[in-house]
Design a protein around this ligand. Structure first.
Ligand SMILES: [Zn+2]
Length: 471
């Protein structure tokens, strides 16, 4: 009977399979505050994620995990028997879709703690309903976490799980060193078979290894991104990469006499980027190549902000284990005293370059990268990233689109998520304010709906507070 109903529903949705919310574990149930067959959000301001102006006084009807109907409150009424929630004065925007997230965090010198469980809750609490991890240092955690969240045993966003980094020899304890193109192909095949759905090339990969990785991923219909150094952006674009991380901050395209397949050091690249003219021909030629080859760029200003003197203390530090909080605070003090830091010019320059790329027709995505020297706290950082996009020169509506529909489109999930429209999955963030005019209001998340089920961000945060660093 239930199966017949499902088939009927599927057919009614024009063949688009409507994923049903799973049976939740008791742990997950403890975080849920709205779970009803039919929910009506009434008198709410809708920011739909497409960049269109916000619409006042709307009704959204949620049924079976999807948006059944949306429109002016005068026309669309809450159905009989629906759980109606009056959201006068509040806004709804799509759940964030962010593409440079991680399930690990720096805990010691060159050591990364594997914090998938707490991070998944923090991401969801911050309004992230879909995320791609941008490389992992744990092997199977991203894949297992994705599966457990789908099964309803853990709370968190839908995950596009990235395999361990594809990288050449280097000093990192938790990374494999590729031994050539055959090894690269084998790694991609192995992790794809285990369930990884995307890949990330890293700083010491060679062009041959990158090419083999791209070809094997594409053969399987999967995408690959890179935080590069040994390979330039232009070379990677020519090899067919889909996405590049950290805006232009990892580009070594402008390092004079760069040796092919060798990383001249992140600092050498960044000194040339800090001095780059966004109106000059060399930069414009690179942008044109990336745009022509449809290579998306991910902005991760949150992590670079933590390296830059004179910036505000990042949000969310209180969730950390006290020792990790102190560790970051001492890094922060050291950064503040470093007046010579390249980041003083690099951060604003990186912003100007990303803006120029987007204005030239490039696809900009958003992510937060909770690595570096710490201080990038999942969930809080995703909200901060939207604020930084506005500082970069985008309007709040453009910034929200970059953090929602752009990410969903890149991940080929835009038929289901990334914007608010009838027929799409009900992944919605209720905000006690108006981020379409005041972007800082994205911090005022009151409820996060994922597949039509409303989670309580305060409970998600409370469950991990002071313990992030242990698990
Ligand atoms: Zn990263």
């Amino acid at each position: 009977m239930r199966k017949a109903l499902l088939v009927a529903l599927t057919l009614a949705c024009g063949g688009v399979l409507a994923a049903q919310p799973p049976q939740f574990s008791n742990t997950v149930r403890g975080f849920i505050k709205v779970d009803a067959p039919v929910v009506a959000l009434t008198h709410v301001r809708v920011i739909d994620g497409t960049g269109a102006p916000a619409r006042a006084d709307q009704t959204i009807v949620i049924r079976g995990g999807n948006i059944a109907e949306i429109g002016d409150a005068a026309r669309v009424k809450a159905p009989e028997g629906a759980t109606a929630i009056d959201l006068t004065g509040k806004s709804v925007m799509p759940g964030l879709v962010m593409v440079h997230e991680h399930t690990y965090y720096p805990t010691g010198p060159g050591v990364y703690g594997q914090l998938g469980l707490s991070f998944a809750r923090l991401y969801l609490a911050g309004g992230v309903t879909t995320m791609r991890t941008g490389g992992n240092t744990n092997g199977v955690m991203d894949i297992s976490l994705k599966q457990q969240i789908e099964a309803g045993t853990q709370a968190g966003p839908a995950i596009d799980a990235t395999a361990p980094y594809l990288n050449g020899p280097q000093g990192m304890l938790q990374m494999h060193a590729l031994t050539g193109a055959d090894d690269a192909r084998r790694q991609v095949a192995y992790w794809a078979d285990l369930g990884a759905t995307s890949f990330k090339a890293y700083m010491q990969i060679t062009r041959d290894e990158l090419k083999a990785s791209i070809d094997e991923a594409h053969k399987r219909g999967l995408k690959i991104t890179g935080h590069l150094c040994s390979v330039t952006y232009a070379e990677a674009a020519d090899l067919g990469i889909d996405n590049l991380e950290h805006g232009f901050m990892a580009s070594t395209d402008f390092v004079p006499d760069k040796t092919p397949d060798t990383c001249p050091g992140q600092g050498a690249g960044q000194r040339t980027i800090a001095a780059l003219d966004e109106n000059g021909e060399p930069f414009k030629a690179l942008v044109k190549k990336l745009v022509d080859r449809k290579v998306a760029l991910t902005s991760t200003m949150t992590v670079f902000e933590t390296f830059t003197p004179g910036r505000p203390m990042p949000p969310g530090l209180d969730v950390l284990l006290p020792q990790l909080k102190e560790q970051f605070e001492s890094n922060y003090r050291r950064t503040a005293q470093n007046a010579q830091s390249v980041y003083a010019t690099l951060l604003p320059k990186g912003m100007a370059l990303e803006r120029a790329f987007a204005r030239a027709g490039g696809t900009l995505l958003a992510g937060t990268d909770p690595t570096g020297g710490g201080g990038v706290i999942p969930g809080y950082s995703n909200q901060r990233q939207l604020e930084l996009l506005v500082e970069e020169g985008f309007t709040p509506l453009e910034a929200i689109r970059i953090g929602t529909l752009n990410g969903a489109t890149y991940l080929a999930r835009d038929a289901r998520v990334g914007s608010i429209a009838a027929g799409k999955q009900a992944d919605l963030v209720v905000i006690g304010g108006d981020p379409s005019t005041t972007i800082a209001d994205v911090r005022k998340v009151e409820t996060v709906f994922k597949q039509g089920v409303g989670y309580d961000p305060a409970k998600l945060v409370a469950s991990v507070s002071g313990k992030v660093g242990l698990w």
